[in-house]
Ligand binder design. Structure first.
Ligand code: NAD
Length: 431
């Protein structure tokens, strides 16, 4: 099937290459000429495991092309909208890119073609877009995306479920998506067909739940710290209850990235606009708990060093999560910047996110080499749980630093091993 994907960022580029990998003819369209040039040459504009292979394979097969010209999408049967929906100043979702992408498709829309929203949008967005698309002879569906960065290819090709939001009675839209996703559906995952509003709401509800789960355990961490309890044991113990589950109960510096923070804020903004602000008021607390964890690391660093000014702090990790170079609303980058602003001499490292971090925080002292970042540090703070940082040998690292003090911001290091090697080991939520 000939399809197009408007927006070739973390979501759209992976979607385009994944759809080519299951046999579709795909054109990826983006307004960013540099990104399109890079993708066309097989150079991924971001780090995502497995993406470079499917990108190259797609280009080699001739089934995957990229363009800045919406006209190149003219003969597609399905057009995906995968552009960004960033946070506006008032917390609501900025829909200007979604509107611009739809406006770009409409003049080239074949009769009966399907526009499929993938971007995360406030409930009601599809209802606002639909009349314009109907008038142009097309149809609209919403197919929210649940991929996790770091597992984006796997999650696109073998998702936990597919959700199709379609207009009342539009069985043809669901049938078209079934045809498109036949390969994906052959793995047997559930497929849920809903109305448009439900599909939009499913996505923000999923992210609201995940954010709440993380902030729940981080609120327990605040208390555990105060009373000398251990939040990791608490998480293990409650996580054995199948109704609760252990996943997403890892206490630490909290969530970040291009989705959860902005999505819970946009959800509150939209719900308030619709008169349901009280229903999601708890998300304000979820957000505050999350941001307080960052304050806690800055305070703890100061406590351990007797003030951070002029002290050397090695920050391990800048990406908002491992296996990604994404630093959007990254707790790690935020903490590194705040420590620097407080006068610390921060040396920051990350296996893949130095370049993305440098673009937004050029003032930080980045050290691509981990040993170089650690050399002479008075304090080491682990903020993104990359495998290489988890695997560091406390004895070897002790030989590099000036002061054997460590904050485990993700509760992933072997605290006993660090203590045995002479370190002052502190972790969030473990008094
Ligand atoms: N990244 C994720 O893990 C993820 C997961 C699920 C859902 N989402 C949602 O997917 C959407 C995209 O997220 P992302 O992380 O890929 O963002 P991104 O910023 O990486 O990519 C967005 C892309 O859209 C392009 N764009 C903007 N206006 C355009 C236009 N008019 N025509 C064509 N391209 C245009 C931008 O140049 C950019 O390359 C957001 O709504 C996000 O919430 C993202």
């Amino acid at each position: 099937m000939k399809i197009s994907v408007f927006g070739c960022g973390y979501l759209g580029a992976v979607h385009a290459a994944s759809m080519a990998s299951i046999g579709h003819d795909v054109v990826g369209v983006d307004v960013d000429a540099a990104k399109i040039a890079s993708l066309s040459e097989g150079r991924p504009p971001f780090f995502e495991p497995g993406f470079d292979e499917i990108l190259q394979a797609g280009l080699d097969s001739g089934r995957l092309t990229f363009s800045t010209d919406a006209a190149d999408a003219a003969d597609a049967e399905v057009h995906f909208i995968a552009v960004g929906t960033p946070q506006s100043a008032d917390g609501s979702a900025d829909l200007r890119y979604v509107n611009a992408a739809v406006d770009a498709v409409l003049p080239h829309l074949a009769e009966g073609a399907l526009i499929v929203g993938k971007s995360t949008v406030p409930v009601g967005t599809a209802a606002e877009l639909a009349p314009r698309i109907d008038a142009a002879g097309g149809r609209l569906a919403w197919n929210p995306e649940f991929l996790r960065e770091g597992f984006a290819v796997q999650d696109t090709l073998t998702p936990d479920r597919l959700v199709y939001g379609v207009a009342a009675g539009d069985d043809a839209a669901a049938a078209k998506l079934d045809e498109l996703y036949a390969d994906v559906l052959s793995h047997g995952m559930p497929r849920i067909v809903t109305d448009l509003a439900t599909a939009e709401l499913v996505k923000v509800a999923a992210n609201a739940f995940l954010a709440t789960k993380i902030s729940f355990i981080n609120s327990m961490a605040e208390i555990a710290e105060g009373v000398g309890a251990d939040v990791t044991q608490l998480a293990d113990a409650i996580g054995h209850d199948a109704r609760i589950g252990r996943r997403f109960l890892n206490a630490g510096v909290g969530f970040g990235g291009g989705c959860l923070p902005k999505d819970i804020r946009a959800f509150q903004a939209r719900a308030t606009e619709l008169g349901y602000g009280d229903s999601v008021a708890f998300l304000g607390e979820v957000d505050r708990i999350n941001l307080r964890r960052r304050d806690r690391v800055v305070d703890l660093a100061s406590e351990m060093l007797g003030g951070v000014e002029g002290r050397r702090i090695a920050v391990l990790g800048l990406a908002f999560k491992p296996d990604s170079d994404d630093v959007r609303d990254s707790p790690a980058l935020d903490i590194a910047s705040r420590l620097r602003e407080a006068g610390a001499l921060v040396t920051a490292t990350d296996p893949h996110a130095i370049e993305t971090a440098r673009r937004v925080r050029p003032e930080l002292d980045f050290r691509p080499d981990t040993d170089d970042a650690l050399a002479g540090a008075d304090l080491v703070i682990l903020l993104t749980e990359w495998r290489e940082y988890r695997d560091l040998d406390p004895e070897t690292v002790a030989g590099l630093v000036s002061g054997t003090r460590v904050i485990d911001g993700r509760n992933v290091l072997d605290g006993a091993a660090y203590r045995a090697a002479g370190w002052e080991y502190r972790a969030l939520g473990r008094g």
